[in-house]
Ligand binder design. Structure first.
Ligand code: SAM
Length: 325
């Protein structure tokens, strides 16, 4: 049933669910001082997650992405993947991870039902990777990515934040990397959040430079699927993989929004950069599927036409680790 349609006619078939606020990396643009505990850490349990994804699936959601924080700091991540995959109608279970322990766990996650894997790798230069993330682990992360490919995970992608310091060299390195690997490497324009204004002013660059770089070298835009995220991906006959761009500051970016978010504490967020949110947690402790479905679908009336990032408005979002990027 397709009950998730907002006042602008947008359909929502894709849920991004944060499973923890905790992160073990210290990315310069997100958590430069590392994760700091605030309040009791009571994140959704596996049964709560199961009731939640059952309800979203009954409303027409077919793809659920697990994010955070760093989802793999949860010891029960394999169980979470299995429970989400068991929600009738959920055909795609996706994970966004920094990949720190991917090589060790990816076979178990795949067996539990993982279909789509996004690994965040901001640089293929080991020193820059270390400087940006606070961890000298590029080799381990790449080994995990190759393990996922060897296992045949159906979709494997890379997310790299586009930073001024990386320059055009980064485009060439990622293109070389995907020459023989069926991986989409997507650059995401740095977004301003409540906490990173000064960093943003120093490091934000528009994705136009990437688009020009690709076009000059014969890359062409590939068509998008109905439950794809917001990236424009480019392909090239000489490359097995793709290069993509996520440009949240581009006009019209929100027109094709197909995603809803739930925080690790069970709050429905209608936009990554919205305010407030609708608490669902009181309905997750026991089986109350109709009440849950009603609350979710009626909340959509409040979804705004678009974020107002270009005006410098970042809503309640101090950093993406809090909401789930
Ligand atoms: N820990 C996981 C990871 O590293 O992928 C999942 C959470 S992380 C918040 C999700 C994605 O958001 C990562 O690719 C990260 O680089 C990106 N991200 C975080 N803050 C960002 C910002 N201000 N602008 C653009 N992307 C950002």
């Amino acid at each position: 049933m397709d009950r998730l349609i907002d006042g602008f006619g947008r359909r929502f078939r894709y849920l991004r669910l944060s499973v923890t606020e905790v992160c073990n990396f210290r990315c310069t643009y997100c958590l430069p001082d590392g994760f700091k505990k605030t309040g009791a850490q009571s994140f959704l349990s596996v049964p709560e997650i199961g009731r939640l994804t059952d309800a979203f699936a009954a409303l027409g959601v077919g793809k659920v992405r697990l994010t955070g924080g760093e989802p793999s700091v949860r010891r029960d991540l394999g169980e979470i993947i299995g429970r989400v995959a068991a929600s009738p109608g959920v055909g795609k279970v996706a994970l966004t991870t920094n990949g720190w322990n991917l090589a060790r766990h990816v076979a178990g996650w795949r067996a539990a039902g993982l279909t789509n894997l996004n690994v965040s790798i901001d640089s293929l230069d080991p020193q820059a990777f270390h400087r940006i993330t606070g961890h000298d682990r590029l080799g381990a992360v790449l080994a995990g990515l190759d393990a996922a490919l060897a296992l045949g995970v159906p979709s494997v992608k890379i997310n790299a934040v586009l930073l001024k310091e990386s320059g055009e060299d980064a485009f060439g390195r990622f293109a070389d990397f995907v020459r023989d690997r069926p991986v989409a490497a997507r650059f995401i324009e740095l977004m301003r959040t409540g906490d990173n204004a000064e960093y943003f002013a120093r490091q934000h660059v528009s994705g136009d430079a990437l688009r020009d770089w690709l076009t000059r070298r014969g890359w062409t835009p590939a068509p998008r699927g109905h439950d794809d995220g917001p990236a424009t991906e480019f392909s090239h006959p000489d490359y097995a993989g793709r290069i993509g761009l996520i440009a949240p500051y581009a006009p019209g970016f929100c027109d094709g929004c197909n995603r809803l978010r739930v925080t690790a504490r069970g709050k429905l967020r209608l936009c990554l950069f919205g305010e407030g949110g609708v608490d669902l947690r009181d309905l997750l402790g026991a089986d109350r599927p109709e009440a849950l479905a009603d609350r979710i679908s009626s909340a959509l009336v409040g979804k705004a036409a678009g974020h107002r990032l270009a005006e410098g408005f970042t809503g309640d979002t101090r950093r993406l680790a809090e909401v789930g990027g």
